[in-house]
Design a protein around this ligand. Structure first.
Ligand SMILES: Cc1cc2nc3c(=O)[nH]c(=O)nc-3n(C[C@H](O)[C@H](O)[C@H](O)COP(=O)(O)O)c2cc1C
Length: 453
């Protein structure tokens, strides 16, 4: 029998995320930068039975040619956007059970610094931290902000990601043996030097020689998420991801992606179910079908067309507004987000068609209806796609995104056994992947760094 579904909240540290609906009367974007705003949200979803809060991130912003489109700044298209790491550290003190998944980029970061930061977060959250590994969207701005010479080509960014993660795994799994920390006052030994190991890495992208100064945390390696479903992205995921975040709108396409991911995982010598696959969904609940449809229409009508085009530009790297509306979308290609562009290909759309439908289609499937109907749709989607759970997309903003789902829909799904009767506990890894321990399973390549010591 399938495991009860895993549930996460899909957010970003911005006034408004995917829906760009901060102008909705239900939205309260002014307080987005405050701890109060996020503490209310975290407490609401924790009490509602969610497993984790997922924070996407963007270091850059969309660029059209040499500059940021004005609409990005004017209409808050992921701008402003703040650093999710301090937010998670603060929230960890506000909730007891909720897990956190933080997005960080292998294109922008350095393995040693990132490994140190996530190991520290794993300590502070008692093993409830995950890392969403991305190679980054918004590439044009990113290279200028980081002082890089040029955009690294798409597949090459994944080569760097492979080496990045391997080195981080060596630091987390291999730099300390179990039982190294003794804190023995009588003997005067805090850490047994024989159990702390020097790491030497000489690779194509990174060099490191030395000791990892963070003591082993409950999970050691944070639960490893990946997002980016291009062929190269899937190969990367098949090797190292424990959870994969996909964004398929059609159930047949989602089922094919899940099957393909599990096939690739198996070819890498890992069990088919070694990856937990989560699809994002946008949920709007009404007391009647009519009310639900009205709320959905309101949500879709709120952002301007230019704001949605700018969001698409940031994610995909393709500026639809700069193209002839008659251009076939199938003729376009990108070195940025191939997954996002692919979602508009293969359907005979022109650029004009794509622009028209962005507000109602960008992101995951849109589930709209009464509580019973939404529960049916979620249950059916899980059954036909074989996903292990869902990320609920930011819609109206703050608790307004989640309250109806929590109050009206989750009790139905709980009664049906589709979501857990009691919220899951334990580390994020145990909770999301069903492994019996907090540590990476033996079938994961990171485990090899352990046995080497
Ligand atoms: C569902 C999904 C979520 C993503 N979330 C982020 C994110 O939060 N921050 C980011 O910089 N990139 C994000 N990306 C893009 C990744 O950076 C990805 O590595 C990049 O688009 C290239 O991969 P792809 O061509 O395989 O999609 C996401 C991509 C997908 C498909």
């Amino acid at each position: 029998m399938r495991r009860p579904l895993v549930l996460g909240a899909f957010e970003e540290f911005t006034p408004s995320f995917i829906s760009n609906a901060w102008r909705s009367p239900r939205s309260d974007p002014a307080g987005f930068a405050t701890l109060d705003h996020w503490r209310s949200l975290a407490r609401e979803i924790e009490a509602g039975g969610f497993d984790f809060l997922f924070l996407a991130d963007a270091l850059g912003y969309p660029m059209a040619g040499e500059d940021v489109p004005e609409v990005v700044v004017r209409e808050a298209v992921q701008f402003p956007i703040h650093d999710p790491v301090p937010l998670v550290a603060a929230l960890a003190a506000s909730v007891d059970r909720l897990g956190f998944v933080v997005t960080a980029s292998t294109t922008a970061e350095q393995p040693f610094l990132l490994a140190r930061r996530f190991a520290t977060l794993d300590h502070l959250t008692a093993g409830r931290i995950g890392w969403n590994i991305v190679t980054s969207d918004m590439q044009a701005a990113l290279v200028r902000l980081l002082g890089h010479d040029d955009v690294t080509p798409h597949d090459r960014r994944y080569d760097r990601a492979d080496e990045f993660v391997d080195l981080a795994l060596e630091l987390w799994e291999g730099a300390w043996s179990d039982g190294a920390v003794l804190a023995d006052k009588r003997a005067g030994v805090f850490t047994d030097p024989a159990r702390v190991h020097r790491v030497r890495h000489e690779g194509e992208f990174f060099r490191l020689d030395g000791y990892f100064p963070v003591s082993p945390s409950p999970q050691r390696t944070p639960t490893l998420f990946q997002a980016g479903a291009s062929p190269r992205g899937r190969e990367f995921a098949a090797r190292i991801a424990e959870c994969v975040f996909i964004q398929e709108r059609e159930s047949a396409a989602a089922a094919a992606t899940v099957r393909d991911l599990r096939d690739r995982v198996e070819r890498r010598g890992r069990p088919r179910d070694a990856v937990t696959v989560l699809n994002s969904v946008s949920v709007v609940v009404g007391s009647t079908e009519e009310e639900a449809r009205r709320l959905r229409r309101e949500l879709t009508a709120t952002p301007s067309g230019d704001a949605m085009a700018a969001l698409f530009l940031g994610w995909s790297g393709v500026n639809l507004l700069g193209l002839d509306p008659a251009t076939p979308v199938d003729s376009l290609s990108t070195e940025v987000g191939q997954t996002t562009l692919a979602m508009y290909q293969g359907r005979g759309l022109t650029v004009g068609d794509a622009l028209d439908e962005l507000a109602s289609t960008l992101g995951g499937p849109k589930i709209t209806g009464t509580p019973e109907s939404v529960a049916d749709q979620i249950e059916r989607l899980a059954a036909v796609t074989d996903v292990d759970g869902f990320l609920i997309e930011h819609s109206f903003g703050g608790v307004a995104t989640y309250r109806d789902l929590i109050d009206e829909v989750l009790p139905i799904l709980r009664r049906r056994g589709v979501v857990p009767g009691e919220p899951r506990g334990g580390t994020l890894r145990e909770r999301l992947t069903g492994t019996p321990t907090a540590r990476l399973p033996a079938t994961h390549p990171g485990a090899a760094f352990r046995s080497a010591r």
